[in-house]
Every structure is written in C-alpha cells, then in structure tokens.
Design a protein around this ligand. Structure first.
Ligand SMILES: Nc1nc2c([nH]c(=O)n2[C@H]2C[C@H](O)[C@@H](COP(=O)(O)OP(=O)(O)OP(=O)(O)O)O2)c(=O)[nH]1
Length: 151
C-alpha cells in the first residue's frame, strides 16, 4: 500500500532587527485574516530555502539572507490534506519595503504586537518562532474538537 499522502507546503518568515522591531503583514485574505508574518506557497521542485526568499521578496520587497528554519505548523484541511507551514527567521535583509496585494507590510515594536488584530492563533505561533526549546505547532484533533499542541 502506498504511503504517499496529499500535502500543501507553505512558509512564513519572521524578519526582525536589532532595535526590537518585527516586520508584519496585515493579511487581506478573508481566509485566515489579520496580522501575521509574510509567506506563501512553496512551488513544485523549489528548494525550501529559495521559496522563503522568493515569498518574502514578493510580499515585502526585501531580499533576506540566511533564513533559519525554526519551526513548523501543521493541520489537516477539510479536504484531508496535510497543510504544513515552515517557520523561518532572519535579521539579515536589504532593499526597500513594498507591500503587495496580499496585505500591507509594516514594522512594529515586538512588545506592542498584542495590541494589533492578530490572525487566529498567531500569538501561539509566535511562541514557536521565539522559542529555543519548542519547534512544533500542531492542531491535534480530539473527540472534543481541535486543540493546539506546542512541542
Ligand atoms: N490560508 C491559511 N494560511 C495559513 C494558515 N496558517 C498559516 O500559518 N498560514 C500561512 C501560511 C502561509 O504563510 C500563508 C498562506 O497564505 P495564502 O493561502 O494566502 O497563500 P498566499 O496567497 O500567500 O501564497 P502564494 O499564492 O503567494 O504562494 O499563510 C491557515 O490556517 N490558513
């Protein structure tokens, strides 16, 4: 029996600077709207590293260097696909900030993040981006529904 499964691969990148700021996107997509980090779908035959650099460029105008894989997020879609988000972070970037149709891009102070209308469960995702001991955000399906697990 085949062990292959349907998977959707995406990425997301936390870009931060040395002054305590992070770059956020106000997603205009009605599907999972709100403040989040830039990112998008990984294309067929594309290295994960190249995909995050491309998505950040498309959505922010910035060119990032040395994105570091720092975690994952997963859930099962209603079409029974495994939806995977690869989390990256970097403080190396250059270029001019330009927003895309995906949503406005702007710098905020990290300590003020919770004052913004975050995308659903983004605060828990951020815990993974910023943790040295946890690297997985997982929506676990239980008899009572779905719960967030951080591993
Ligand atoms: N649609 C959706 N996206 C999510 C969820 N959780 C989560 O981290 N994401 C992230 C993964 C990606 O960074 C981004 C995918 O957004 P999208 O589906 O609008 O894809 P996109 O248009 O940005 O992708 P692309 O066409 O530019 O390649 O959102 C979620 O529950 N639903």
């Amino acid at each position: 029996m085949s062990r292959a499964e349907k998977v959707i691969l995406t990425n997301m990148c936390m870009i931060y600077d040395d002054a305590g700021k992070i770059l956020v996107q106000n997603r205009s997509n009605k599907n999972w709207p709100g403040i989040t980090f830039p990112g998008g779908h990984i294309e067929k035959n594309e290295a994960f590293h190249d995909a995050v650099i491309r998505e950040v460029k498309e959505e922010t105008g910035l060119t990032i260097k040395n994105p570091i894989l720092c975690g994952t997020k997963q859930f099962q879609t209603t079409s029974d696909e495994r939806y995977i988000v690869l989390f990256y972070k970097t403080n190396l970037f250059f270029g001019e900030l330009v927003s895309s149709s995906e949503g406005e891009i702007f710098w905020i102070k990290r300590k003020e993040l919770l004052q913004y209308p975050l995308a659903p469960d983004f605060e828990e995702m951020l815990a993974i981006f910023e943790s040295d001991t946890k690297s997985e955000f997982y929506y676990q399906t239980t008899e009572d529904g779905v719960e967030i697990k951080l591993f």
